[in-house]
Design a protein around this ligand. Sequence first.
Ligand code: SF4
Ligand code: SF4
Length: 363
Amino acid sequence: MTKKINKSTAGPSIITPRRGVQLIFLFITLFIGIKFYGFVAQLESGAGISMERPPGVEAFLPISALVSLKYFLFTGILNRVHPSALVLFLIICSTAFVFKKGFCSWICPLGLLSDVLAKLHGLVFKKKLQVFPWMDLILRGIKYAIVGFFIWSIFIKMPVDALDQFIQSPYNRFADVKMLELFTHISSTAFIVILVLTGLSLVIPHFWCRYLCPYGALLSLLSILSMGKIKRNSQNCINCKKCEAVCPAKIQITRKRTINSLECSTCLSCVDVCPQKNAVGFSLVHGFSMNPKRIAFALITMFALGIITAKQTGYWQNNTSVQEYRQYLLGKQMPRTMSKDMDPEKMKKMIEMMKKMKPSPKA
Ligand code: SF4
Ligand code: SF4
């Protein structure tokens, strides 16, 4: 039983600390996305480069990060192809050792989108649609199966010799551009998949996060070792079950004193609605409680410290030069522009231009 469980200090304010942190990270993500789009667009147009490639874009390359992690564990070498992918991956994983799946509900922009869709669900459907418990259990297994597949493919099946080959391959080296193109040149299949997932998250709140997200599943597994947990003080609890009604993970909070569930995302919704003082709260070891402001501060600090350390040690910027990016993009443009209407002279000039481009040191 915890000694110091504090009631959330979120109060009646519209922007809670969690929403504030979510909005900050959404803004940063959009900024990075726009900047990277500008960088690629300038290279494609052949114009001079005024925008730098933002290294933070590598947050969207978890596979590359996993391969880099295995490469580091087996060789002791931190590769420079996508260094910030590994840095951000490690920061995100480290949050799970303190705040369980707090990354999902405090930082991930998809978590925020899921929250918005869950709110819309409340407006669209008068009665909450419930998934049968047995079906919920089966569906929750999907995300663990996906993350298990990735871990097995990379950590068990992939030979150590093949790691460097993968890391240096154009597929991995330009994976950031490919990721951008998934949205800028979206295929009809990808568009339909996104629409279906959005629709499902509207009908079944947090569908993506709860059933499909492999990143969330990995954090769930790491959260077994989390120092922080939601704790309920049965002496102060009046068993009103308001906390259970709002819990997005459908955890039976009133049946427990400590929430060990893998699904708890430290969203603090239970704390926010609880009418009783010191009945439910987030605590670290030895009953040290953390209110939402402290959690917000700690999460931002973890990211800031990790990124500053990576920058200071020169492990943030990748080693792919602007010239190599330009060459790759021109190479990709060729098949697109090589239609029957293409002027053969223009095509010849493009080939000549590409031949002249030798990889240069990082610009
Ligand atoms: S409502 Fe409480 S128990 Fe449920 S996921 Fe959020 S923090 Fe965890
Ligand atoms: S909302 Fe608070 S008082 Fe009500 S059941 Fe949950 S922990 Fe107990």
